[in-house]
Design a protein around this ligand. Structure first.
Ligand code: NAD
Length: 297
């Protein structure tokens, strides 16, 4: 069993670290929020006063932090871990960040002979808790092979997308497509409702026709069409609008860097920014449906 240092014990990192403990690993944890640390300690983790002490015996370091600046600072900022990690240690960053920062972090760590992979996830808090996340990994074949047994504990589908940064690119491509499908599904269902159709009947027709997609069949945004999804629970739980807006911002940054044309991604980012500004940031991202259904009220 390995010595794992885990940084970032929020909605996602907390349950991911818990699954590693459950699998028998020795996990030393750190978060800026003491209650998050205490919760993991009750589950069998150890902790230490400073990040430097947390990584003292680490074979592997995992981070699950809010954004790119937190990741870069942890490893390469003032008192960064790069200075204290043992050569050949593997760093797995599972945060959703821009690919440019992932590459910059990998290069900075490489100068200290420390290995890095980006391994962002899909599957949300439910997937993190159940250990069924999808991991999209960017890094060398060799580092992917070393990381895989740890990722297998926290996830079900582990994909090797390419070199460092590729995991983050795969993640933003997926979430950009997901948001476009969610907006398209919402406007199509509302068009049907406005013209007298029952949204359940219309969803059934489209699910079995060429408009079929995941947001229609599995995660329908119209309240009352499907049970057990956020739209039927006042848009509580699920994947927050704030996080989708963040990921769409990362998708646009990526598109600018590669000079790619993403007109629907740009439109969808704007729609989610408006939805956020209207006070819906904490609701599930399927609540974008309310932008189309508002006239029903
Ligand atoms: P969160 O805000 O719940 O947790 C982040 C944690 O990191 C907080 O507890 C914070 O105190 C801690 N933190 C910040 N800086 C730190 C540092 N220097 N050292 C140690 N801890 C530090 O966020 P989350 O929902 O767990 O998301 C984490 C990452 O996963 C984000 O990049 C997010 O975009 C991504 N993600 C989230 C979801 C989701 O459904 N929540 C799904 C997929 C991906």
């Amino acid at each position: 069993m390995a010595n794992i240092a885990f940084f970032g014990l929020g909605n996602m990192g907390g349950p991911m670290a818990a699954n590693l403990i459950q699998a028998g690993h020795h996990v030393c944890v750190f978060d800026l929020f003491p209650a998050a640390v205490e919760k993991l300690v009750t589950l069998g983790a150890t902790t230490a006063e400073t990040p430097t002490l947390v990584v003292k015996d680490a074979d592997v370091v995992i981070s699950m932090l809010p954004a790119g600046k937190h990741v870069y600072d942890l490893y390469l900022g003032n008192n960064g871990l790069a200075e204290v990690l043992t050569a050949e240690t593997l760093v797995i960053d599972s945060s959703t960040i821009d690919s440019a920062t992932a590459i910059k972090t990998a290069e900075g760590l490489k100068a200290h002979n420390i290995h890095f992979i980006d391994a962002p996830v899909s599957g949300g808090v439910a997937g993190a808790t159940a250990g069924t996340l999808s991991f999209m990994v960017g890094g060398s074949e060799q580092n992917f092979a070393v990381a895989k047994p740890f990722l297998d504990v926290m996830g079900k589908n582990i994909f090797h997308a390419g070199e460092v940064g590729a995991g983050q690119v795969a993640k933003v491509c997926n979430n950009m497509l997901l948001s476009i499908l969610m907006v398209g599904t919402s406007e199509a269902i509302q068009l049907g409702i406005d013209n007298g159709l029952d949204p359940k009947v219309l969803s059934e027709i489209m699910s079995n026709s060429s408009g079929s997609n995941w947001t229609l069949e599995v995660y329908n945004p119209c309240p009352g069409v499907s049970e057990g999804v956020p739209s039927s629970n006042d848009y509580k739980g699920g994947f927050m609008t704030d996080l989708m807006a963040k990921d769409l911002g990362l998708a646009m940054d990526t598109a600018v860097q590669s000079n790619s044309s993403t007109p629907l991604g740009a439109l969808t980012r704007n729609l989610y920014a408006l939805h956020q500004k209207a006070g819906n940031g904490k609701k599930d991202f399927s609540s974008i449906f309310q932008q189309f259904s508002a006239n029903d009220a």
